[in-house]
Design a protein around this ligand. Structure first.
Ligand code: PMP
Length: 430
């Protein structure tokens, strides 16, 4: 057996092996999954714009007009008129002075964090931040202090003790990708100001999903002026591919000069940029899509609760059904697919050990009937796995949020340096 084969056998033994499932046709609310018709309940195409006729047309027209590839990085010859147009539109949408596009959300986090922190600096990072933030922290070679999830007090505790020389950077998801809850942004912004830290907020799952006109959690919290860099992605509610950073004029010029993932990677393809422009237009023209998404989230949450599932406090479009064990999550996923509902099983390292889950995401284009039926299918699948539905809010092994906040710092010892293995087990990837 080669080392690779051994590693794969080990993943299988642990119930952690992954495989690619094939979707035929566009990413609509219903898809053909490995040839079988299913309700799609795990896509980030929240507003159903990825296959909207206007978005498709815009991408197709752009391919005819500008070609498919950008040909070079932004700083060589890859910046085209269409990039500039989307940057201006996004800056206006986010009420920001300026905006700069990146190849993807992953690249944006890698580039922005690396530009704002390096050796000798300190980064303060939520323990459930997305893998791209974790990797950005790692690549920066700054010291990383991980604070307990959504715990502003613990963040402050770290801030008061961290060395004052060097730069300080606080980085957080706004809506957490695997839990669907929202960071205490107003408190974090206040701390950033009090402790002279730069604040970066990743709105990947918030843009188009909440806040006034779908402008995200930062706008909802009214802290636009206190965020130094707002990162958004074009790949979720905006139905395309690519990402952006909104910031001051000076900051964006700095990022263009110092963000390595922008400097050393090809500019986003014109059809993807044009598709996102059309999607943004649709969001601005018809913000009721956001309300419809919120309605779908409420409908599914109510239906699940009626079936007996315990759900967390969040009301958003990401609904985790935490089952705990890896294999149970996979079996539950398989059974739901058999009955026409596709909700992917999410296991470590995407989520912490013992909190494997089905991460449900609704789309604005789901119907009430579909969502109610999905809840029934999921409840039957859970019961067949002998699951206690009343524990699915945070899982059988996970403590409730209140208890966690009161716990001593556990692995997070005072000024604990960056722990790569621990981060590995926490790394998220939607
Ligand atoms: N940030 C968060 C919070 C995410 O969930 C994701 C994707 N799952 C990303 C960044 C990466 O975005 P992209 O898919 O555009 O690379």
């Amino acid at each position: 057996m080669t080392e690779i084969e051994q590693r794969m056998a080990e993943l299988e033994r642990l119930g952690l092996q992954r495989r690619l499932r094939m979707v035929s046709g566009p990413q609509g609310p219903r898809v053909l999954l490995d040839g079988k018709p299913v309700l799609l309940l795990c896509s980030n195409n929240y507003l159903g714009l990825a296959d909207h006729p206007r978005v498709r047309e815009a991408a197709a027209d752009a391919a005819m007009r500008w070609g498919v590839g950008a040909g070079a990085s932004r700083l060589v010859s890859g910046t085209m008129t269409i990039h500039r147009r989307l940057e201006e539109r996004l800056a206006t949408f986010e009420r920001s002075e300026a905006c700069v596009l990146f190849g993807s959300g992953y690249l944006a986090n890698l580039g922005v964090i690396g530009a704002l922190a390096g050796p000798g600096d300190v980064i303060f990072s939520d323990e459930l931040n997305h893998a791209s933030i974790i990797d950005g922290c790692r690549a920066s070679r700054a010291r990383v202090l991980v604070y307990r999830h959504a715990d502003a007090e613990h963040l402050q505790w770290h801030l008061t003790r961290a060395p004052r020389d060097g730069r300080r950077l606080i980085v957080t998801d706004s809506v957490f990708s695997m839990d669907g809850d929202v960071a205490p942004l107003a408190d974090i912004a206040e701390l950033a100001e009090a402790y002279q830290a730069c604040l970066v907020v990743d709105e990947a799952h918030a843009t188009g999903a909440l806040g006034p006109g779908g402008r995200g959690a930062v706008a909802q919290a009214g802290i636009e002026d206190q965020v130094d860099v707002l990162i958004g992605t074009l790949s979720k509610a905006l139905g395309s591919y690519g990402a952006y950073a909104c910031a001051s004029e000076t900051m964006t010029r700095y990022l263009i000069n110092c963000a390595r993932s922008l400097i050393f990677s090809t500019a986003p393809p014109p059809p993807a940029v044009a598709g996102a422009l059309a999607a943004l237009g649709l969001l601005e023209e018809r913000p009721h899509r956001v309300e419809r998404l919120n309605w779908a989230a409420r409908t599914l949450r109510e239906a699940l609760a009626r079936e007996g599932f315990a759900l967390g406090a969040s009301e958003l479009h990401i609904i985790p059904l935490v089952v705990g064990d890896e294999r149970t999550a996979v079996r539950m996923c398989h059974e739901a697919v058999e009955h026409g509902v596709f909700a992917q099983a999410i296991r470590p390292p995407t989520v912490p050990q013992g909190t494997s889950r089905l991460r449900l995401t609704v789309m604005a284009s789901h119907t009430e009937r579909e969502l109610r039926r999905a809840a029934q299918v999921l409840a039957r699948a859970a019961r067949n796995q002998k699951l206690d539905l009343s524990l699915t809010a945070r899982g059988p092994n996970a403590a409730g949020q209140g208890e966690r906040a009161a716990e001593p710092a556990r692995e997070l010892q005072p000024n604990q340096p960056f722990d790569l293995e621990r981060e590995e087990s926490m790394a998220h990837a939607a």
